[in-house]
Design a protein around this ligand. Structure first.
Ligand SMILES: Nc1nc2c(ncn2[C@@H]2O[C@H](COP(=O)(O)OP(=O)(O)O)[C@@H](O)[C@H]2O)c(=O)[nH]1
Ligand SMILES: [Mg+2]
Length: 433
């Protein structure tokens, strides 16, 4: 009877016990597995933290090169404490925005982005310019958004408005014509004032008198990555006078006669300015095959239409204040092309700096991710993007860097060059485009 009872008990309880034991081991297994997953997550995040966080702090990593895509003999590691215990030194520079009251929201978006990515650590002044008085709301909101001092200036009418000597009948006719042809901003009067002001007058504003460098910012732009250095400091220490991030082809219908005037200027000033060989003249005129591409548009003059996109620019104000640039601007201005055509400040600055500076005085900031509709730039290296907390991908459709309509490859070829990491390894492979 006892055996029968035992068998009966086993018969009922054995499957139950087996079931319970299975569950027990399964739980152990799952706990173990999740611990493994947790461990691997911990390991991965720890590794990323070591790799990127510490490099951001830069306290105990080897010096970083100025550009992770280019090779520099020495570094510009500003983020270390100096001997006075101060982390960030500032240059004599200001961030500069020409803006309308109605663009407040866009101005704040740009400010928030630049403060986050760069300026909150340096607290550079913000200077705002307008052709009409800024309103209270604009001043309040932008001052609240800035980490540094803010200042506001009204542009004198003589620096903004169409000069008296512009032939009104011709001007109106051209305006109408360009509007009918669908030229971008072809029918806009204020856009022309803005382009002429940015070409020849912004640096004359008395509010900028005591600064050496400016960083132009427009409403509705975004800076995709943390700045790995203070670009103003790079400019000063490396003797740069103009910095850009995007370069592309200009719409020729906005500047049909600009290059003729430039050629006149070159002839008249021969011997007084850099020779074509010493300047970046070739960047403006090379229309040969570069890499896989010819220029996307065949220009009617020797100018290949390449220009630096001036909604982002960092420049040396003393260069723009120089007699050479003054003569250059005045020659162009005297022809009336800012009004009879629609010359943009981007080609004017670009031609000016390319003719009057040595290529090594112009810098392409290739780590500063940036977006101004419709184009952007994003660092090509995955490691750089993580290191600098970038919010872009280099294959985003808007990223123009090595697209056919970008002039960047022409800059690498004809400007201050492009060097690649392979050279660092001492093999001295030159990448020839
Ligand atoms: N104060 C003022 N700023 C202007 C005016 N027109 C354009 N801007 C500014 O000039 C810059 C270029 O103008 P934007 O409309 O962005 O031209 P786009 O970038 O060429 O499409 C921006 O910073 C604008 O805020 C204007 O009439 N008055
Ligand atoms: Mg704009």
């Amino acid at each position: 009877m006892a055996n029968k009872g035992l068998l009966y008990a086993l018969g009922i309880f054995l499957p139950l016990w087996t079931f319970l034991i299975c569950i027990f081991f399964k739980q152990i297994f799952l706990i173990h597995k999740s611990q493994n997953i947790d461990n691997s997550y911990t390991y991965l995040s720890q590794r990323a933290k070591e790799q990127y966080d510490s490099s951001r702090r830069r306290n105990y990593l080897p010096d970083l090169k100025l550009s992770r895509n280019s090779y520099e003999d020495y570094t510009l590691d500003y983020r270390r404490q100096d001997e006075f215990g101060c982390f960030y030194q500032r240059e004599n520079a200001t961030i500069l925005m020409l803006v309308r009251n109605s663009e407040l929201e866009g101005a704040l978006d740009s400010m928030r982005s630049l403060e986050d990515r760069f300026n909150k650590r340096y607290r550079y002044d913000w200077t705002f310019l307008n052709d009409v008085p800024f309103d209270q709301e604009f001043i309040e909101a932008t001052t609240a958004m800035a980490s540094g001092k803010t200042q506001y200036a009204l542009i004198p009418p003589a620096d903004w408005n169409r000069p008296q000597w512009i032939n009104e009948t011709l001007f109106e006719a051209r305006l109408h014509e360009m509007e009918t042809e669908g030229v971008l901003y072809g029918g806009s009067r204020s856009y022309r004032n803005m382009c002429r002001f940015n070409s020849g007058f912004f640096f004359k504003q008395s509010i900028l008198n005591n600064y050496d460098y400016y960083f132009r910012v427009e409403p509705n732009v975004e800076y995709y990555c943390d700045f790995p250095y203070d670009p103003f400091r790079v400019m000063r220490l490396k003797g740069k006078k103009y910095g850009f991030v995007i370069s592309l082809y200009e719409y020729e219908e906005t500047i049909p006669t600009l290059w003729n005037v430039v050629e006149e200027y070159l002839e008249t000033n021969e011997g007084k300015i850099l020779s074509k060989e010493d300047s970046a003249y070739a960047f403006l005129t090379d229309s040969n095959l570069v890499g896989k591409y010819y220029p996307v548009v065949e220009a009617n003059s020797d100018y290949n239409l390449c220009h630096f996109w001036s909604n982002f620019e960092i420049g040396d104000l003393n260069f723009f204040r120089s007699d050479e640039y003054k003569t250059f601007f005045e020659t162009l201005d005297s022809k009336g092309g800012f009004y009879y055509e629609r010359w943009g400040d981007a080609p004017v600055h670009s031609i000016g700096v390319s003719l009057l500076l040595r290529p090594d005085e112009i810098i392409h900031f290739d780590e500063l991710g940036y977006f101004h509709s419709p184009f952007g730039t994003c660092p090509a290296s995955h490691a750089v993007r993580l290191d600098q907390r970038c919010r872009c991908k280099s294959d985003d459709v808007s990223v123009i860097d090595i697209e056919p309509h970008s002039c960047l490859m022409r800059w690498w070829k004809n400007g201050s060059g492009k060097h690649f990491l392979k050279e660092v390894q001492g093999k001295n492979f030159e990448y020839v485009l």
